[in-house]
Design a protein around this ligand. Structure first.
Ligand SMILES: [Fe+2]
Length: 103
């Protein structure tokens, strides 16, 4: 069970790094970027602490944690990640000669 949770955390970590790199590449507004990075950090910190607790025996099962993290990722995906996707889509369809293009 811990291995499944570790896979979920590894996937999230890779996904977060990719997104954070992408936000820089598309010049995502700093306020939105900071919020995204803060949520990523919260997820990482929370999940690492719970795994440590499990390894020390302070948590009996990781099942509730796994469910919580999966739900968190889903909500993050339909929230902040969706806003980033919309931003990128809007940037890609903006005419090249529109105000703000290539800035
Ligand atoms: Fe994200």
């Amino acid at each position: 069970m811990l291995r499944t949770l570790q896979h979920l955390m590894d996937f999230a970590h890779t996904h977060f790094l990719m997104e954070e790199h992408l936000m820089e590449g598309v010049h995502y507004p700093s306020r939105a970027r900071d919020e995204m990075i803060a949520q990523h950090a919260e997820f990482t910190s929370y999940s690492r602490l719970r795994v440590l607790e499990f390894r020390k025996g302070a948590l009996v099962s990781v099942l509730p944690l796994q469910a919580y993290l999966a739900e968190w990722l889903t909500l993050h995906e339909i929230g902040l990640d969706r806003l980033l996707a919309e931003f990128i889509r809007e940037q890609s369809i903006a005419p090249a000669d529109s105000p703000g293009a290539n800035t």
